[in-house]
Design a protein around this ligand. Structure first.
Ligand SMILES: Cc1ncc(COP(=O)(O)O)c(C=O)c1O
Length: 347
């Protein structure tokens, strides 16, 4: 399987983009919306969004049983009561279970896993019927368009992660739909020196992937079943809960063309699917992305994630495991751990 090492698990920073950044002023959804604010990370945007929606300690929020942990951490730190709802093998919410859990809940949080849309019509109707806000987690879905509308435009709030889809050193966006909501502003921004350091790393990764090809191993991670414990990098640092995005990240984001991002992500996805073929024992739960989407990574349910990871890395593709752990505040039913146990991802 001679896949190319230019397939990195995070977007490489092309020198051209860096040169254009100081002059580029592209505006795109959600940056062009009045209720949009920019934060250091998406988890900061979640924290800010939950507070702006008026959620209070003890309020019950419905969140997906399959999760990263960094979206749950702000809710846990706010003292919200996190109620997990089941996610099926198709990575979609169990709508029947959600309907049973909805009475009395104060918010419905949905995640467009890996850039693929959840059934927003049904979810918005359920949230409306129970008088609770719908929060769209678009951390994987920046620039995705579904049914003619950008992902993140159906919810009362939506959060986005710049650094997952774009070569930006940091950045999370929060979109609040209520026109009466007071504008949110960060107390201070991620320091320029640290942002520049991050951008340098992204540029070097890009360069290395282009030049030394197959031997690149930058940041490759291990697909190993992990203990279910909180690890530092899913936590919201309370000292950074009002930290804004670096100016450099926003400039890089504005320099990139969303149509190009969508096209590249589709091309990568197609190439990976074509080269992988139909390996024995593997299942691709999400199928092919519809044209307007910007798929983040290719998830695969595999019997032996370590062997698959090793084979992928040998062939020059950074395969890794997402989300081997759940959050300690999450009371996960043993029957619902299967996605955590089986899912590996390929960028
Ligand atoms: C679904 C989801 N939501 C939110 C986040 C938080 O993103 P960030 O790392 O930018 O805080 C992540 C990140 O890993 C995620 O996967």
């Amino acid at each position: 399987m001679p896949a190319r090492a230019r397939v990195l698990s995070r977007p490489g920073l092309r020198p051209g983009l860096l040169l254009r950044a100081p002059f580029a002023r592209r505006s795109w959804f959600p940056l062009d919306q009045p209720g949009c604010s920019a934060w250091h990370l998406a988890r900061v945007a979640v924290w800010q969004g939950l507070r702006a929606l008026g959620l209070r300690p003890g309020d019950r929020v419905l969140m997906p049983a399959y999760h990263c942990g960094s979206e749950l951490d702000p809710a846990a730190r706010l003292g919200l009561s996190i109620q997990l709802y089941p996610i099926g093998a198709d990575l979609a919410p169990d709508l029947g279970a959600l309907a049973r859990l909805a009475p009395g809940a104060r918010a419905l949080y949905v995640t467009h896993f890996f850039g693929f849309p959840q059934p927003l019509g049904e979810l918005a109707a359920l949230a409306r019927a129970h008088g609770m806000p719908l929060i769209e987690d678009c951390a994987h879905a920046l620039h995705g368009v579904s049914g003619g509308a950008p992902l993140g435009s159906a919810g009362d709030a939506a959060i986005f992660s710049l650094r997952k889809s774009l070569p930006a050193p940091d950045g999370g966006l929060l979109l609040l739909r209520d026109p009466a909501a007071p504008a949110l502003r960060a107390a201070r921004n991620f320091p320029p020196r640290r942002a520049l350091g991050g951008a340098k790393m992204l540029a070097l990764e890009h360069l290395a992937a282009r030049t030394v090809g197959k031997r690149v191993r930058v940041g490759a991670e291990i697909a190993r079943p992990a203990p279910r414990a909180l690890v530092a990098d899913i936590a919201l640092d309370p000292a950074a809960a009002d930290l804004g995005a670096a100016a450099l990240s926003l400039a890089l984001a504005r320099a990139e063309d969303p149509a190009r991002v969508r096209a590249r992500r589709h091309a990568n996805y197609r190439e990976l699917r074509a080269r992988l073929g139909a390996p024995a024992g593997a299942r691709f739960p999400l199928g092919d992305p519809a044209p307007g989407l910007a798929p983040w990574i290719l998830p695969a349910i595999v019997g032996d994630p370590e062997a698959v990871r090793d084979a992928m890395i040998r062939s020059g593709v950074q395969a890794f495991r997402v989300w081997g752990e759940t959050h300690p505040a999450a009371d996960l039913d043993p029957g619902e751990t299967f996605v955590f146990d089986a899912l590996g991802v390929i960028p």
